[in-house]
Write a protein that binds this ligand. Structure first.
Ligand SMILES: Nc1ncnc2c1ncn2[C@@H]1O[C@H](COP(=O)(O)OP(=O)(O)OP(=O)(O)O)[C@@H](O)[C@H]1O
Length: 392
C-alpha cells in the first residue's frame, strides 16, 4: 500500500486529510511541523507528501528546499490557505508537484493524488532503469594486475577482427565477461550476442538448438525453428562449456566453422551464416583431445586466438579493487547507501581461498552487505565467508 505523509501544524486539517486518504485505502503518516516532516521524509519513502505552506518555525517553502537538498524524490503537494496562493505558485516553480486549497475539496484532492501517483510511478521506473544501467556498466572488466591488463589489451586488439577466440579458465573467472567485451568492442556490437551453454543442453537437443530444425524433423518439431547460429547472424555466438559438447554436435560445428554454412536438423538446404564464434571452457581441451573426447580439428578452428583468464587466487592483488567495485554495485542494487571496508576486511578478503573465483567473491560481498553494519570488518569477512577457506 502506498504511504502518504501529511505535514501540517493544524490538527484539524491533518485529521480531515487523513480521513479522505484512508478512505481511499492509503496508508497515512503525519508530521506536526516542518522539521519533523523533513526528518520523516528523509528516513522513509513516501509515495506523496502533502505540506502546508504556512507553519511556524519552518514553513512549507523551507520544507521544500530541505527535501530538495536531501534528494527526496516524492512529489510534494502544497496545502495553501487564502493568503498563500501566490506562495503556492512560487512553490510549483521551485519544484512542488501541485497545490490544493483550504477548505479541502475531495475531488480536487483525488485528482491531484492520481496525477502524483502517475508521476511517482515514473520516478520509480526511472530508478529501476538507472539501476539496470549501473549494473550493465558494472560489467566492464575490473582489475589492474599485469595478467588482466594483458587480457584487456588483447581484447582491444582482437575484438575488431573476426578471428575466433577460445577463452579458458576456471569457473567464475570471467570468461563470459571476456566474450561479451569482445562482442561489445567489435563492429558486430549492434547485432545479437547469443549465448549457448553446451553443458546445460541434453545431447539430443544440442544440434537443434544450434542449427534449428525443419517442421517434422522429429516428433516434437511441430514448426520450423531457427537455431542459435542463425539467430546470431551478423553478431557473435558464444559457445560456453564447449568441452562438454557431444561428438556428433562437434562434427556439425566443425563443418559450420569450415564452410560458414549450416543445415537445419531435418533440412537439406545449406544456409550461409556470418556469425563470429567465441568459445569458452573450464576443461583442459588438450587433455580432452588426448583422451579422445574432443576433436583436434575443431580445437584448431576455435582457438585461432587463445585467451586464458587466471584464477582469482593467482591475482590476489586485484581483490581490493574488485571488492570495492562489487560493494558499490551490490549497495546500488539493494538501494542502500554505500558501506565501506575496513583495511583489515580487505586483507581478510585477500587471504581467502577463492575456489569459486570472482563469482564467489561477488556472492560473499552481497552477503556481507546484507548482514554487516556500515563498516565491514575483518572479523565479518572471517565469519561470513566460508570459514574453512580463509588462510591463516
Ligand atoms: N574482471 C572482472 N571484473 C568485474 N566483474 C567480473 C570480472 N570477472 C568476472 N566478473 C563477474 O563475475 C561473475 C562471473 O563471471 P563469468 O560468468 O564471466 O565467469 P565464467 O568464467 O564465464 O563462469 P563459468 O565458467 O561458470 O561460466 C559475473 O557476474 C561477472 O560479471
Amino acid at each position: 500500500m502506498s504511504k502518504i505523509l501529511i505535514i501540517d501544524d493544524e490538527r484539524a486539517i491533518r485529521r480531515a486529510l487523513r480521513e479522505i486518504l484512508e478512505f481511499e485505502k492509503f496508508d497515512v503518516d503525519e508530521a506536526e511541523d516542518g522539521k519533523q516532516g523533513v526528518e520523516k521524509a528523509v528516513s522513509e519513502e513516501y509515495a506523496i507528501i502533502f505540506c502546508d505552506i504556512k507553519m511556524p518555525n519552518m514553513d512549507g517553502m523551507e520544507v521544500l528546499d530541505a527535501l530538495k537538498d536531501a534528494a527526496v524524490e516524492s512529489p510534494v503537494i502544497m496545502i495553501s490557505g487564502h493568503g498563500t496562493i501566490d506562495t503556492a505558485v512560487q512553490a510549483i516553480k521551485k519544484g512542488a508537484f501541485d497545490f490544493i486549497e483550504k477548505p479541502l475539496d475531495l475531488n480536487r484532492i483525488l485528482v491531484t493524488i492520481r496525477n502524483a501517483s502517475d508521476r511517482a510511478a515514473l520516478v520509480e521506473e526511472r530508478k529501476v532503469l538507472k539501476k539496470t544501467v549501473q549494473r550493465f556498466k558494472g560489467t566492464s572488466i575490473i582489475g589492474e594486475t599485469p595478467e588482466i591488463l594483458q587480457i584487456k589489451s588483447m581484447i582491444e586488439k582482437v575484438a575488431p577482427s573476426d578471428a575466433r577466440v577460445l577463452v579458458t579458465g576456471e569457473n567464475g573467472t570471467g570468461k563470459e565477461l571476456v566474450a561479451r567485451s569482445l562482442h561489445d568492442l567489435s563492429n558486430r556490437k549492434d547485432q545479437a550476442f547469443i549465448e549457448v551453454n553446451c553443458a546445460a543442453i541434453p545431447a539430443e537437443l544440442i544440434e537443434s538448438e544450434l542449427f534449428g530444425h525443419e517442421k517434422g524433423a522429429f516428433t516434437s518439431a511441430i514448426k520450423q525453428k531457427k537455431g542459435k547460429f542463425e539467430l546470431a547472424e551478423g553478431g557473435t555466438l558464444f559457445l560456453d562449456e564447449i568441452g562438454d559438447m557431444s561428438a556428433s554436435a562437434q562434427a556439425k560445428v566443425l563443418r559450420a566453422l569450415q564452410e560458414n554454412v549450416i543445415q537445419r536438423v531435418g533440412g537439406e538446404k545449406d544456409i550461409k551464416i556470418n556469425t563470429r564464434v567465441v568459445a569458452a571452457t573450464n576443461k583442459d581441451l588438450r587433455k580432452e583431445i588426448e583422451e579422445g573426447r574432443f576433436r583436434e580439428d575443431l580445437y584448431h578452428r576455435l582457438a585461432v586466438i587463445l585467451i586464458h583468464v587466471p584464477s582469482l587466487n593467482e591475482r590476489r592483488e586485484d581483490i581490493p579493487v574488485l571488492a570495492e567495485h562489487f560493494l558499490t554495485m551490490v549497495c546500488n542494487e539493494h538501494g542502500i547507501s554505500r558501506k565501506n571496508f575496513s583495511p583489515d576486511a580487505l586483507d581478510a578478503l585477500k587471504q581467502t581461498d577463492w575456489t569459486g573465483n570472482i563469482r564467489e567473491l561477488r556472492n560473499i560481498i552481497e552477503r556481507l552487505v546484507i548482514l554487516c553494519g556500515e563498516t565491514i570488518k575483518g572479523e565479518d569477512v572471517r565469519l561470513f565467508s566460508n570459514p574453512k577457506t580463509v588462510k591463516n
